[in-house]
Design a protein around this ligand. Sequence first.
Ligand code: GLN
Length: 212
Amino acid sequence: MSMKIGVLALQGAFREHIGMLNQCGVEAEEVRLPSQLDDLSGLIMPGGESTTMVKLLRRYGFEAALERFALMGRPVFGTCAGAILLAAGQDGRRKDLLPRIDINITRNAYGRQIESREAEVKLAFSPERPFRAIFIRAPIVTATGPSVEALSFYRDRVVLAREGAMLVATFHPELTEDDRIHQYFIAMVQDAQAADSVAPFLPEQQQAAFVK
Ligand code: GLN
């Protein structure tokens, strides 16, 4: 099955994600228009400045296309600012639009002094050696819903999490040479493609809306 993963390229660290996907042998595309989502099997929302990204997403009319993408069960991976965009809750704000992951997140929460740092973290799906996590003005995950799987921690905080086809990292895996997290996301995309060829995947609440 052919696979092409898009990287939202409105702003931020998208080139590094493209490089990492290519390193993994996957075709990657810079996404600047909502219509590009139609023939993508997965999407990465990169780090950058989440407030700017939200504005640009609105300006270019991405909302409906992104929602459709999520309803089709296509995986989305958000890193840092991208994780903020996917969070269902952010500093008291509730996100209703899809795609979203059931976590609460607080922006720039490590404080100014330690706003950027590197730390070794353990990946639940690859515990044999640590992963060098690079945090840059990183957000903090303050709560996770019951169906969210915590895949890595830093100082008791969840820094990598998955819910269904959604994956978020509060750090920047694309800035290292280590491609294990991208490989994990690629496997999610493969699983979604396999499931898609059998039966359409729809989140439960959406299924209810369709069965009328
Ligand atoms: N601090 C940024 C924000 O709040 C995120 C930083 C990043 O993506 N590296 O949007």
